[in-house]
Ligand binder design. Structure first.
Ligand SMILES: CC(C)(COP(=O)(O)OP(=O)(O)OC[C@H]1O[C@@H](n2cnc3c(N)ncnc32)[C@H](O)[C@@H]1OP(=O)(O)O)[C@@H](O)C(=O)NCCC(=O)NCCS
Length: 155
């Protein structure tokens, strides 16, 4: 029987698999690290995707103002990519923004074509407010950021 993917809100018991996955990507410089403590504190901001009861992906929404949220810590485990799970997570996070009445969803990413396929457009980084950059103090590349800003305007 084909595996069924489920998207759901994260729970405290997901902290360890989330930590392992995010840390793996952080060590390769494609995500900012999140400690277990931070994940515990921010767990309500996360959604996860499960296949056969195993967490294989996550993403979070960070509110940056009345009109803007950022997708952060979006990742799918190796071996589960290319099956539509990342798109499923993005759709869930976008739905959440819509439900909250927030019209703009942005991300900073290296995966530009993935976001284009999911209805985002590439934009200049300097259109975003200061708050977007507060997380960057934790990034080793803060003075030479090569990530691309993408934005989806909900209507
Ligand atoms: C980016 C990421 C979340 C995509 O997840 P995924 O489950 O592999 O993506 P999907 O299967 O939903 O892909 C959806 C579409 O985007 C395409 N796509 C996915 N990753 C792509 C990539 N790296 N480059 C180009 N296209 C890509 C797929 O081919 C698919 O297109 P299709 O619908 O025409 O077949 C995943 O590759 C990942 O975890 N990357 C490492 C972490 C990261 O960079 N996260 C982004 C931080 S903002």
């Amino acid at each position: 029987m084909p595996a069924v993917a489920v998207c759901r809100r994260a729970r405290l018991e997901d902290v360890e698999p989330l930590f392992q996955m995010i840390d793996g990507y952080a060590q390769r410089g494609i995500m900012l690290p999140r400690s277990r403590e931070v994940l515990r504190r921010q767990i309500d901001d996360f959604v996860v995707t499960e296949v056969d009861d195993m967490v294989v992906g996550c993403g979070s929404l960070c509110r940056l103002g009345e009109e803007l949220v950022e997708i952060r810590s979006l990742g799918i485990s190796e071996g589960y990519k290319g099956r539509g799970l990342g798109s499923l997570l993005v759709a869930e996070l976008v739905k959440e923004a819509r439900d909250l009445g927030i019209p703009k969803v942005m991300a900073l990413t290296y995966e530009v074509s993935f976001f284009l396929k999911n209805g985002f457009a590439v934009v200049e980084k300097d259109i975003f407010p200061e708050k977007v950059w507060t997380d960057c103090i934790h990034c080793p590349k803060q003075h030479a950021c090569d990530e691309i800003a993408v934005l989806k305007i909900l209507n």
